[in-house]
Design a protein around this ligand. Structure first.
Ligand code: THU
Length: 139
């Protein structure tokens, strides 16, 4: 996979575009696709709170609209003492386009660039997940 610092750096850069006046919690995400391309996103909140978008969802929309079909690796960067992982909804969204062993990196903002705080797999974050095979098995 692409170099991990590069993926984290892309997520940190994307985070600069966050629109998060309500939570004050800026998040950036970067996805590596099957062609080796990076797609990024930041959280975009809304005065109508539930309409906000997570950074991962924005990055995924960019990947799909650029013709990407596989998420090979994910990086999420935020300013948090605990490693930030994708929310439940985003885990499911990513699962549609990622293999079970796709790597999910969690980075924290630091002076001089993001630092890796956690490394997970998608299956580790979303075990026994629902997917296309369940639909195919339906009567
Ligand atoms: N958020 C993300 O964008 N990605 C995550 O992985 C966790 C949470 C956003 C949603 C909301 O705008 C803010 O962070 C606080 O929950």
């Amino acid at each position: 996979m692409a170099d991990e610092p590069l993926l984290l750096q892309a997520a940190a850069q994307a985070r600069q575009h966050s629109h998060s006046p309500y939570s004050g919690f800026a998040v950036g995400a970067a996805l590596l696709d099957e062609q080796g391309r990076l797609h990024t996103g930041a959280n975009i909140e809304n005065a109508a709170y539930p309409e906000g978008l997570c950074a991962e969802a924005v990055a995924l929309a960019h990947l799909v609209m650029a013709g990407g079909r596989q998420v090979r690796a994910v990086a999420v960067v935020a300013d948090s003492a605990r490693p930030v992982t994708p929310c439940g909804g985003c885990r499911q969204k990513l699962r549609e386009f990622a293999a079970a062993d796709a790597v999910v990196l969690s980075g924290a903002v630091a002076e001089g660039g993001p630092v890796l705080r956690g490394r997970f797999t998608l299956a580790g974050l979303l075990p026994e997940s629902f997917g296309p095979a369940h639909l195919a098995a339906a009567d």
